[in-house]
Write a protein that binds this ligand. Structure first.
Ligand SMILES: *Cc1c(COP(=O)(O)O)cnc(C)c1O
Length: 406
């Protein structure tokens, strides 16, 4: 398929389905085979030398390059309208490799405050051991980014929409501020996926993904990727990935390639369900507030319309009775699965205050907007009516008692 040569000429669904393949098929196979081989034979010594010297593009060793992994990487380049992509073992391998490649001792990072938990710990605690400094601000107000930038700021790391608070950051405005300060912009595009948001179109330099979520979409594999918008950083990051070793395995790549083919279909269905569920929740007596980018009362609704092609499948909302109300809801859902993660075909529900963010003090949590009453819903592709009924019966289990939690 020649989609790889003309990525921009085709629609988003066509790109997801046809993007990334082999130069030559072996038997005319339609699915990309799993090249489960750790190493690749050289036809002769001169060719081996040429591959190591970068003068021939043949394969060497699967930590460095593999045809199945390459096919997935090409697909991601085409979806993000980027220059190159590197698949990684997990989303965290993408985040850590990109940060380790782009930062050095004394460097400073400005970042979204309610980041994916592990990313925040990595920047704040782990990279600090190597002399990297960091400032976490609410990037939904870009003035906070401008104020946080220092002469030694090398990176601005943005997550939009944020997990679990569903705040949006104006990527174009942040990119302009960062460029003016000589800093690169890295965007974690996991929550939106390239089907709904392509950060390079808004000035970002690097995109990281947890492919575990919407891109793979079936809750059956972990994986990640780093995508670049030009050749400038490619060698540096590729080298770091080879050295730190967080590369993807061909079987993982094959599963994710199979998953990405249906990303458009899944996301269209899931976000249609999410829009209807957000409206239903907004009117429910046991729900105190709803935050979904597709609701006109979302504080960054205008940014969502400008920056995203759709409002996505993630919702957060508050329930009556704070912590206890959240716990009751978790224990009362029947169809919806009580689990962390997101982006699969099945709907998942999670209560950050008693689960993912329970180790953080309530005070710290509240500062980041992670209230006791906050529930995160990762909407899947089931029939809307079944999801609505399950949420309704589970919410009705929350007692009507006065709000004692907060
Ligand atoms: C899940 C997730 C990650 C980490 O990805 P893994 O595949 O679990 O390593 C990073 N960022 C966001 C926004 C995520 O949701």
């Amino acid at each position: 398929m020649k989609a790889r040569n003309k990525p921009c000429a085709l629609g988003k669904a066509t790109r997801a389905i046809h993007g990334g393949g082999l130069d030559n098929t072996v038997y005319g196979e339609v699915s990309v085979p799993i090249f489960q081989s750790s190493t690749f034979a050289f036809p002769n010594a001169a060719e081996g030398a040429a591959r190591f010297a970068g003068k021939s593009s043949g394969y060497i060793y699967s930590r460095m390059n593999n045809p199945t992994v390459n096919a997935l990487e090409e697909n991601l380049v085409i979806l993000e309208n980027g220059y190159s992509a590197m698949a990684t073992a997990t989303g965290m391998a993408a985040v850590s490799t990109a940060l380790l490649a782009l930062l050095e001792q004394g460097a400073h990072v400005v970042s979204t405050d309610s980041l994916y938990g592990s990313t925040r710990v990595l920047i704040e605690n782990e990279l600090a051991r190597y002399g990297v400094r960091s400032t976490f601000v609410d990037t939904s107000n870009v003035e906070n980014v401008r104020k946080a930038i220092r002469p030694e700021t090398r990176l601005v790391f943005i997550e939009t929409p944020t997990n679990p608070t569903m705040k949006l950051t104006d990527l174009r405005a942040v990119s302009e501020i960062a460029r003016g300060a000589g800093a690169k912009v890295v965007v974690d595009n996991t929550f939106a996926s390239p089907y709904l948001q392509r950060p390079f179109e808004h000035g970002a330099d690097v995109i990281v993904h947890s492919l575990t979520k919407f891109v793979n979409g079936h809750s059956d594999v972990v994986g990640g990727a780093i995508v670049l918008n030009g050749p400038e950083l490619h060698q540096k990051i590729r080298k770091a990935l080879n050295l730190y070793g967080g590369t993807m395995d061909p079987h993982q790549a094959w599963l994710i390639l199979r998953g990405v083919r249906t990303l458009p279909l899944r996301l269209e269905k899931a976000q249609e369900n999410a829009m209807k569920l957000a409206a239903f929740l907004s009117g429910h007596p046991k729900v105190t507030w709803v935050r979904y980018p597709g609701l006109p009362d979302h504080p960054q609704y205008e940014i969502a319309k400008r920056q995203m092609d759709g409002f996505g499948a993630m919702i957060c909302f508050g329930v009556k009775n704070g912590l206890e109300g959240g716990v009751t809801l978790m224990n009362s859902v029947e169809l919806i699965t009580l689990a962390v993660s997101l982006g699969g075909v099945e709907t998942l529900i999670e209560h950050p205050a008693s689960m993912t963010h329970a180790s953080i003090s309530r005070e710290e949590r509240e500062k980041a907007g992670i209230l006791d009453e906050l529930v995160r819903l990762a909407v899947g592709c089931e029939d809307f009516e079944d999801l609505r009924k399950d949420l309704d019966q589970a919410l009705n289990e929350i007692p009507q008692a006065p709000d004692a939690g907060r």
